[in-house]
Design a binder for this molecule. Structure first.
Ligand code: SAH
Length: 478
């Protein structure tokens, strides 16, 4: 981000506009529509105000003479229509007196740029692309326009009117924030958005105990909670809407090493972030310590999110955490995530089931050779079973040996899928017999294995033209 979006108070003073012609007029209209006062220096001394109505005209001061020597007292920003020498000279002057300046179509001489704007009264959304592409900014704007309720500005104004009185009745900030969240998300917010502000007003007046409405217990102590959230395999667009909401509402987030920074970026800005997973070369703090942190956070009234890669209940120790929370009497809920196996299947087009060919799926973990020794391979002999192995990189040789001993064909297709759904995702496919060699081609974890005939239908398999392997497999099966 090179340009920080900030909002300029148009009540603070006029904006100076230098220039003439269509470009200048377009900006003049934009500024007038926003409610600005404008000091306008037409560079040719000719102010063409065609099409601007009389009430708006009252907000324009017509400056005479050279804008380069004009009086800048009170001006809050400078806008120059017309690049070239005049633009550069205006830019130099503005900077010498410390005023923000925009030279149209000349980002290199501008200290601010105009975003694409979504204007819903008090709710304003600015979309920027750092000046790179106004067309992209406009497309983003269109999408935002489409999802924002029409009366969202009314809702902001409604809350604005009630801010002070509610502040007086709920002095504690976290409780107050929760009050507004419940109001916005509940029936009162819905009334305002439906254009029924009068009824909303009445309903708000009828709240006799705002702290209780906000969910405070007895001594206005907030009730905390823990949400176990599945973050999915890496791509932030694979977060569920519920997960996103939990991240936006969180006071504190305890996250695993598998959670990508792009996902943490989607959390509320001022949420505290606590890494509790293994770090490079360092062990994690341990499950008991994590349980303790979660319980303490909830008991102190915080909304804690326990953020885990994939799904919390698939090899994620979510079950242990839930039991600890239950034993401690802490309120909790679980938001599922897309588990790595499903992420890999979707990304690399491995249909985990396929009519007549794959009728069952087994998810298993084989972290160490020792775990692999504990797996009962005999239940995995069915050729029509797809086997998805988590944490299977180091134990690969034992997995191969176990499956072969159980009678799986050495030609069984196998995929090793690393860092799935991330920008640097990698797929290596081959046969069960070659598994250890396939693993050696992986440039770093995490990686998941998918074993079964359906891997031959995957995209990487098709790209590598491995179909001769399939004929061998068919022969072996006969
Ligand atoms: N709860 C997680 C699994 C945690 S166990 C889930 O549901 O996905 C950790 C193992 O998950 C890793 O060893 C790897 O096998 C797998 N894994 C997690 N994220 C992955 C990713 N982005 N790509 C490939 N495998 C992944």
């Amino acid at each position: 981000m090179r340009f920080l979006p900030v909002f300029l108070d148009l009540q603070a003073g006029p904006i100076m506009l230098a220039g003439r012609g269509e470009l200048a007029l377009a900006k003049l209209r934009l500024l007038l529509a926003a409610g600005a006062r404008i000091r306008w220096f037409a560079t040719d001394g000719h102010h063409d105000v065609g099409g601007i109505d009389a009430t708006d005209l009252a907000r324009i001061e017509f400056g005479e003479g050279d804008p380069l020597v004009a009086d800048l007292r009170g001006v809050i920003a400078i806008l120059c229509a017309g690049a070239g020498d005049i633009g550069i000279a205006m830019s130099v002057r503005a900077r010498s007196v410390g005023l923000p300046v925009n030279v149209m179509d000349d980002p290199s001489h501008s200290t601010f740029i105009f975003p694409a704007i979504v204007d819903r009264g008090d709710v304003v959304v600015a979309v920027g692309t750092g000046g790179a592409s106004p067309v992209v900014a406009r497309r983003v704007r269109e999408r935002i326009e489409a999802v924002l309720p029409a009366r969202i500005g009314d809702l902001a104004a409604f809350i604005g009117r009630w801010r002070k009185p509610i502040h007086g009745r709920i002095p504690q900030f976290p409780l107050r924030r929760r009050f507004w969240e419940r109001l916005v998300d509940g029936p009162i917010g819905a009334l305002v958005l439906a254009g029924r502000s009068d009824e909303a007003e009445k309903a708000l007046r009828a709240i006799s105990d705002p702290s209780a409405f906000a969910g405070a217990q007895g001594s206005s102590q907030l009730e905390g909670q823990v949400t176990l959230v599945g973050a999915g395999p890496g791509d932030p667009d694979l977060l569920t809407i519920k997960a996103l909401r939990a991240l936006q509402d969180a006071d504190v987030i305890f996250y695993d090493e598998l959670v990508s920074p792009e996902i943490l970026d989607r959390a509320r800005r001022d949420a505290a972030r606590v890494p509790v997973g293994r770090r490079v070369g360092k062990p994690g703090i341990g499950q008991d310590a994590i349980n303790k942190l979660l319980i303490e956070a909830a008991k102190s009234g915080q909304r804690a999110v326990r953020l885990k890669g994939g799904d919390p209940f698939v090899f994620g120790r979510g079950g242990e955490e839930v039991e600890a929370l239950r034993a401690a009497g802490v309120a909790y809920s679980v938001v599922p995530g897309i588990t790595a196996g499903l992420g890999a299947a979707a990304q690399f087009e491995v249909p985990l089931t396929f009519r007549r060919e794959a009728l069952r799926i087994t998810f298993l973990t084989a972290h160490k050779a020792r775990d692999a020794g504990n797996v009962d391979w005999s239940v995995l002999t069915d050729r029509r079973m797809t086997v998805v192995v988590y944490m299977g990189m180091t134990a690969a040789p034992s997995i191969r040996a176990g499956l072969l001993a159980a009678g799986r064909f050495p030609q069984t297709p196998v995929g090793v899928f690393a860092r799935v759904t991330r920008p640097d995702a990698q797929a290596v496919v081959g046969t069960l017999d070659e598994l250890p060699a396939l693993i050696r081609k992986i440039d770093g974890g995490p990686a998941i294995l998918i074993i079964g005939d359906v891997v031959a239908r995957s995209a990487p398999w098709r790209h590598q033209n491995l179909n001769h392997v399939i004929s061998e497999l068919l022969e072996a099966a006969e």
